[in-house]
Design a protein. Structure first.
Length: 135
């Protein structure tokens, strides 16, 4: 999968980019869903390669656009797998990322679907896009 290099990407745009494409350059199908619950209801586990995007201010931090903690670009993450009621993912905004010599290294995380929803959904944190990429 490749992104156009002439565009500045914002996290909020990644899931919709793939959903609007319909297929990737390698022929994988891109299917959009309204929510994690919608994704789970319409697919059998295991579910793999799910891109989630959040709007600016729709992530941990301040909802006030004038705050220095306001997330002005939105956020995106890849869920590697959902299986047996668990969500496996890596997230660069998570406390589970590890810093070594100033570099951030991601650690695979596992949460139940309910824990994931409790952590990543809320009044200001609902994903604005959920797209599954599958062959």
């Amino acid at each position: 999968m490749t992104f156009k290099k002439d565009k500045v990407w914002s996290g909020k745009d990644i899931a919709s980019y793939f959903a609007n494409k319909g297929t990737t350059s390698t022929g994988a199908k891109c299917t959009s869903f309204n929510s994690i619950d919608d994704l789970l209801a319409k697919n059998n586990e295991p579910i793999t390669n799910v891109v989630c995007s959040w709007n600016p201010g729709g992530w941990a931090g301040s909802a006030d656009p004038n705050s220095d903690k306001y997330n002005k670009h939105g956020h995106a993450m890849l869920i590697s797998r959902i299986e047996d009621g668990n969500v496996y993912f890596m997230d660069n905004r998570s406390s589970m990322s590890v810093r070594n010599s100033g570099d951030r290294h991601l650690v695979m995380q596992c949460m139940s679907v309910q824990e994931f929803k409790n952590s990543y959904y809320g009044p200001k944190m609902k994903p604005c896009g959920i797209t599954m990429i599958s062959k």
